[in-house]
Design a protein around this ligand. Sequence first.
Ligand code: NAI
Length: 511
Amino acid sequence: MPAMKPVYAHIAVVGTGAMGRGIAQIAAQAGSTVTLYDSQATAVAAAKQSIAEQWDRLVEKGRMEAAAVAACKGRLQTAASLQDLADCDLVVEAIVEKLEVKAALFAELEGIVGANAVLASNTSSLSITAIAAKLRRPQRVAGYHFFNPVPLMKVVEVIAGLKTEPAVCAALSEYARQMGHTPVTAQDTPGFIVNHAGRGYGTEALRIVSEGVADFATIDRILKDQAGFKLGPFELMDLTALDVSHPVMESIYHQYYEEARYRPSVITAQRLAGGVLGRKTGEGFYRYDKNVAQVAPEPPVPQVAELPPVWVSPRASRRAELYQLLKDLGAKIETGQSPSAAALTLVAPLGFDVTTVAVVERLDPARTVGIDLLIDDAATKRRVLATNPATRADMRDAAHALFARDGKAVSVIRDSGGFVTQRVVATIVNIAADICQQRICTPQDLETAVTLGLGYPLGPLAMGNLYGPTNVLEVLFNLQTVYGDPRYRPSPWLRRRGAIGLSLLHEEESA
Ligand code: NAI
């Protein structure tokens, strides 16, 4: 038996699809009596059986005691009509994602459940305020947004609509903890925390592809090896499938009145139209053979008989580290004021493109190659070099061969402000900063929601701290100059903290 008395002794789950089943499972495990209801009569029995099978598997794996499972099964009930939910203290709705249908269900439930019962919606994209708007008591309605699969994704967003009583959210949060989940509290805004914070990764990667800077697989490799993401953005989109992720991108973009930061890509719109959805259709950004992605091998390291001497721009980021790296790689380093006629010329800009740097620093573009040093070389598994349109093939190959000498992977991409990692990381940090700016949640809840809900290696603010708030700010300022695009406009929240070198996880400023 669970040690504590559950906050809600008797709950109902309405809508017993993928989400409803998971919620019912963990609620029964927390000690609540759970009544399942679905408008499709067969769905309820199917759900009850599927949850029971889930528990049997947990016993087989030794994760649950047989006696505990027997008790859970005893607490799982089914209802043939909404009227049967009259005794419930909490109803969690996980039905079809349509505002009118959810609002109509809650209106009907209002006439059935007791005065103190809480009505919660698992919606991922609709406004809680709008769902509750026509009810007699909108104070008792809240968002309770779980992630799929519910038993494994141990975070839930608790969302207050405009009229929700704070005590309702506090009780839902406490109940989430009893179910073994971590609650985070979000304002009722498009995408809440996780689906809002997740906008940076895929959309920026798509934009990089749309500029022809690198292909899907190269971008995936770079973000996994440099910034430690478990899945590349294109692998992730293939897993989620574009019929789910593209509409989310569009919805959040439109709900924020076409805010440039969330602008979706024509690449996913077209692939969605063509049915190239991802893993589940056998083809997405990658082709799948027996569910295994077919990835073309990386281009080989060029064979270069004799490497040219190397000169490093005095304005390169992490210049001292770059010199040390070149020494370790056995490069012939030039230390003159300007490069000799034979030298490979290295620049390491933050945000700026290699072309602009070559022009501004009056370097010979034919011999100029850029390297991304936002992140300490020792902390990454891959180096990324960028050419400009005039870079000679022998200089490109020499740089590739030199930086691959110690066996570390090297990607060579075309010129773009901010390479790949700088652009994607800065965009993620900037969107996170804007979530804090809007007071959608606390910085700590943001970090928790993103690490548990999106599986990023670090929360976005911790990521910004690791790479340096000032550096991230510099990347954004320069990207804004290169692209003239408001999507790179730094959030004032980031700008203030970056400008005074403050940790992004610093507690809120005084009121
Ligand atoms: P699903 O399609 O697997 O299940 C929905 C169930 O609701 C079906 O069994 C259907 O018969 C039933 N239903 C539809 N209208 C109903 C009504 N008026 N009254 C009673 N039952 C009704 O859907 P899924 O994936 O479980 O999603 C449910 C909700 O959870 C949606 O609001 C969705 O946006 C949200 N959500 C889904 C996530 C996911 O990854 N699938 C993640 C987070 C939230």
